[in-house]
Design a protein around this ligand. Sequence first.
Ligand SMILES: Nc1ncnc2c1ncn2[C@@H]1O[C@H](COP(=O)(O)OP(=O)(O)OP(=O)(O)O)[C@@H](O)[C@H]1O
Length: 354
Amino acid sequence: MTAGLEFRGVVKRYGANDAVVKGLDLKVEPGEFMVLVGASGCGKSTTLRMLAGLEELSEGQIFIGQREVSRVAPAERGVAMVFQSYALYPHMTVAENMGFGLRMMGLPKAEVAARVGRAAQSLQLEALLARRPRELSGGQRQRVAIGRAIVREPEVFLFDEPLSNLDAALRHQMRLELAQLHKRLGATIVYVTHDQVEAMTLGDRMAVFNAGRIEQVGAPMDVYARPVNRFVAGFLGSPRINFLEGHAADGMFHTAQAGSLMLAQAGPVHSVGLRPEHLRLVAPEAGWGLRGELALIEHLGDTSIAYLRLAGATEPLAVKLEAAQGQVLRPTEALCLQAEPRHLLAFDAQGRTL
Ligand SMILES: Nc1ncnc2c1ncn2[C@@H]1O[C@H](COP(=O)(O)OP(=O)(O)OP(=O)(O)O)[C@@H](O)[C@H]1O
């Protein structure tokens, strides 16, 4: 069973404090992998916990499928949650850990065994069913925790930062496994993370949270390429997008002291955003471009990141170059950079994308 879900005007307030979730509207389609992403404290976990029934709503409604669940008990919502700390029972085997919840619900032994068998197969845990948690790696334990959710055959899976306790290599592996698992199960997933790489790679769509509100919802590459404002533009991308202040005139964006860039759009441009991969080196005598001095260069193997000091700018400008290009540059060298006009994100005085 796969159901969609919807938040309608959901507000969460703790006591007399300001709301931590401020009127949330969000629709998740059946079978969709939706990532809620944002910095610590922005309200994404609270949102997930309200969906799970672990927190009460102050205002608004939540629907799972056609059913309003705003005041339905957690166990009756048809959701299963996987937490960051997977809390397996140490004295039980993998199979017992996975079947525990079902046995508590009073399901017949044969049914429990069948469901555990199916989940173990889809998670490649069959060879480990007789082991105890201490005999497993961190990634295997997390798979067991996911298995515990799968056997409940929920309509919706909820994940709360499930990978943040794993090391980088394992996180990467688990990310690929989760993506494959989602394809196999076709389940609706709501996944909370502060990690932009997880959001970019796992989500069919992502909702970018900021201070209790959603700034933008969309397919990861669309949000990356067409952020609605400066906040979202700055949230995604590594190295971070470069912001430059200035003004527009005659189809050009003029910085105070570091040169000009060609603009694709008209309007009251107050600042622009330029991703490091969209800047390219041009000859110093080019007719237009940004001019600066190389402050530092990082060689990453396949690419190099050059950091330029621009006159009148407080932060260095990050530029992603091919390794061969980066290798010949020397600190303090004067450089000129251009970007294709279509790659410039232009913002108004309020930081909205024009
Ligand atoms: N029980 C509580 N009582 C009062 N305030 C709370 C409570 N739980 C959470 N908050 C506050 O609500 C805000 C949102 O918290 P929430 O955990 O949803 O954020 P988050 O985006 O998931 O961050 P993190 O990734 O750090 O968990 C925070 O400012 C937090 O301090």
